[in-house]
Design a protein around this ligand. Structure first.
Ligand code: ATP
Ligand code: MG
Ligand code: MG
Ligand code: MG
Length: 439
């Protein structure tokens, strides 16, 4: 992409309405524009990051054997009356009527709707296990929408639902989700720690939240510092293996890590004092096992091996896709701007032409642009007539992991400068070597 033809409405001033750094930087970098309270338009740069996160989530869900579908945002109130949640859900639910006076709602979550799909089409244990998921917009009329996309009212969530014959099978699905989530967050360059949590209005017994440690997080968390040393890494996991998934769960939940809702001071005090941590965290996902809470009232049953009709065991599993954009920035920035991890960056690198209009510099940038594109990389070429300093500031603000600086002085020696956004270190390299460096 050439910046002269792109739409990147960066702001010079720091917007006063933004209280936390990720919100400020998203506005300043031209990633989002508020449409109304807690409701945002995604501008090109922000949308690219959102799509990258979605892509990683899809890839990891499919790797775990989960099947993508797409359910609508608008739901019929009748389904929620069946589960008993229409009245229970309260004012966070946005309710409306269609022209025939039928009660509708903008889905805050999809347990009822997916259970309805299941009961319409699945009747035998032979069709299990099954996990369906989608990435779809949700609406929750949050009492205090704030921090930009972190606590929006309309927000993008991946929500997945497992259907299993037995509690044991459903707990395997739970563990499988935990493993796939660890992989998902790590691929984004994020450490998200599974912590024992409270189940809230979804209901159920077993639940973990995934938290990214950050001072601006809304949850208070208590943990054993050893947990932050755990890495999922490059493990080759067989998602069908009960032992392997259980092993990962045990490893990643063996140290004390809880949110304030489930915090137990006595247990916490058993950890050696130097390892006790009290901090704040951003909830970027949650997994639940809730058994037959929805299948029973809604009649989602299958015939088991003996021919009996039994309600299926279920769980639901969410990832805050749009919140992750903010969480990633909270965890990756400095005073100049954002520092995107490679896995989610909107462009792989920036090209800064320090002397736009100089025939040699322009030609070298064009060549570099072509070579990077041919290598499967997406560069953002700042080809505007602007001061080098202003171009550098924009690149630092939008946080691309690499900047290639091209100018007549370097070109005389056959080199360009490659700078890492994270370390600030620069190397002078021949253009071909610069391409190889970034790849
Ligand atoms: P919170 O405690 O922050 O209100 P939640 O527990 O109500 O979140 P879940 O029902 O667990 O949310 O939804 C799954 C994920 O969706 C959450 O872990 C979070 O990352 C994301 N999420 C929830 N509410 C919002 C929101 N208002 N704006 C953006 N993301 C959200
Ligand atoms: Mg909530
Ligand atoms: Mg929560
Ligand atoms: Mg939650």
């Amino acid at each position: 992409m050439r910046l002269s033809r792109y739409f990147l409405p960066v702001l010079k001033e720091t917007p006063s309405e933004a209280q936390i750094v990720s919100h400020r930087l998203m506005l300043r970098a031209g990633m989002i524009k508020q449409a109304s309270a807690g409701n945002y338009s995604w501008l090109p740069l922000g949308y690219k990051v959102l799509q990258n996160i979605e892509r990683i989530v899809h890839e990891e869900q499919k790797r775990a054997g989960h099947i993508p579908i797409l359910m609508p945002t608008l739901q019929s109130a009748d389904l929620w009356r069946e589960s008993g949640r229409y009245d229970a859900y309260g004012p966070e639910m946005l309710r409306m009527q269609d022209r025939h006076g039928r009660d509708m709602l903008y889905g805050p979550t999809n347990e009822e709707m997916v259970t309805d799909i299941f009961r319409a089409h699945v009747g035998s244990y032979k069709d299990l296990p099954l996990t369906l998921y989608h990435i779809q917009w949700k609406f929750r009329d949050e009492i205090r929408p704030r921090f930009g996309v972190m606590r929006g009212r309309e927000f993008l969530m991946k929500d997945g639902y497992n259907f299993d014959l037995t509690k044991e099978d459903a707990l395997h699905a739970y563990n499988r989700h935990l493993v796939s989530y660890l992989r998902t967050y790590e691929r984004m360059g994020l450490q998200a720690i599974p912590m024992r949590a409270d189940s809230g209005p979804i209901g159920g017994d077993d639940t973990h939240e995934f938290l990214v440690l950050a001072e601006t997080g809304e949850s208070e968390v208590f943990y054993d510092s050893e947990i932050t040393d755990l890495k999922f890494g490059d493990r080759d996991i067989d998602y069908d293996s009960v032992e392997q998934c259980q092993g990962v769960l045990e490893e990643f939940t063996s140290r004390y890590a809880r949110t304030d809702e489930t915090h137990d001071e006595e247990l916490f005090n058993q950890i050696p004092e130097e390892r006790r941590r009290v901090a704040r965290g951003i909830e970027v996902g949650q997994i639940f096992y809730f058994g037959t809470k929805y299948s029973e009232p809604m009649g989602a049953t299958v015939t088991d091996r003996e021919g009996n009709q039994v309600p299926v065991h279920m769980g639901s599993h969410g990832i805050g896709v749009s919140r992750l954009v903010g969480a990633l920035i909270e965890a990756n920035h400095d005073d100049k701007g954002i520092i995107w991890p490679e896995g989610v960056t909107p462009f792989h690198c920036g090209i800064v032409n320090v002397k736009q209009g100089d025939a040699e510099a322009d030609a070298a940038c064009e060549d570099l642009y072509k070579a990077l594109s041919a290598a499967g990389l997406e560069p953002l070429y700042d080809d505007r007539e602007d001061r080098a300093g202003a171009k550098f500031a924009t690149m630092d603000l939008i946080g691309l992991p690499w900047r290639i600086t091209v100018g007549p002085r370097g070109l005389k020696n056959g080199v360009v400068e490659v700078t890492s956004r994270r370390t600030g270190e620069s190397e002078e390299l021949a253009p071909e070597a610069a391409v190889a460096r970034i790849r």
